[in-house]
Design a protein around this ligand. Structure first.
Ligand SMILES: O=P(O)(O)OP(=O)(O)OP(=O)(O)OC[C@H]1O[C@@H](n2cnc3c(O)ncnc32)[C@H](O)[C@@H]1O
Ligand SMILES: [Mg+2]
Length: 209
């Protein structure tokens, strides 16, 4: 148990210091580091610590975020922040959802994954809606086993063909409600102002920073 983050600490404010970003997705690590920017917290990536990628056996975004954060905190001895997220498509009953990364296969081919999403919606017929949302669960875990989690969401529409080279994953086929450009076409700062990750992060900041 570390002194700084021990069980006896009544208020678990995240003091400026080191925080492991328990993700192996470079796009997420970049976004989380940008969100942490104003708080004077030094992010350390799981990859730079050679942390293993745990199997995501949870049945909810929060469960998966918690298992990733708890493993990284346990192995590193530092507080760790993990993100489990995904694209939920209404016409596909919420798929790919928890399996958003897995739909891209071992080569992480999101061109193929986006095509699969679009083909799935087309197969539902001409009346299928294009509504979708992203969910992001952020979990913060301390080496003593304490863990908290926050869930954010952004609603939008699927667009086809994919547009823009910014962002990562499914960004090029997702247009947030009230906007006429996709996340793939948006400046990173604009995405950070409205994304599912920003929503979850705002809740985390309120609770612990
Ligand atoms: O588990 P870690 O190591 O964090 O990395 P991952 O890529 O496997 O991440 P997830 O298991 O949470 O899978 C979520 C997938 O959902 C997609 N996704 C999540 N947030 C996104 C965003 O902001 N924009 C586009 N796609 C996103 C993206 O393709 C991710 O690979
Ligand atoms: Mg993953």
């Amino acid at each position: 148990m570390s002194d700084e983050y021990g069980q006896e600490q009544a208020i678990r404010k995240l003091k400026p210091g080191k925080l492991v970003i328990a993700s192996h997705n470079a796009g997420k690590v970049r976004e989380i580091a940008a969100l942490l920017g104003p708080y004077g917290i030094e992010p350390i990536s799981a990859a730079s610590l050679d942390l293993p990628e745990p199997e995501e056996t949870g049945t909810t975004f929060i469960a998966n975020a918690e298992l990733k954060a708890m493993q990284a905190a346990d192995l590193s001895g530092l507080p760790a922040l993990a993100d489990d997220s995904g694209l939920c498509v209404e016409a596909l009953n919420g798929d790919p959802g928890l399996f958003s990364a897995r739909w891209a296969g071992p080569d992480k081919d999101f061109g193929m994954a986006m095509q699969k999403v679009w083909d799935g919606v087309q197969a539902k017929g001409p009346d299928a809606g294009h509504g979708a949302h992203f969910i992001c669960a952020l979990s913060l875990a301390w080496p003593d086993g304490h863990v908290e989690a926050f869930e954010g969401r952004v609603d939008g529409l699927l667009v086809w063909p994919p547009r823009g080279a910014n962002g990562f994953g499914y960004d090029a086929m997702f247009q947030p409600l009230g906007h006429d450009i996709s996340f793939g076409e948006m400046d990173p700062d604009a995405k950070h102002a409205m994304s599912h990750r920003a929503d979850a992060f705002a809740q985390l900041v309120k609770a612990v920073i």
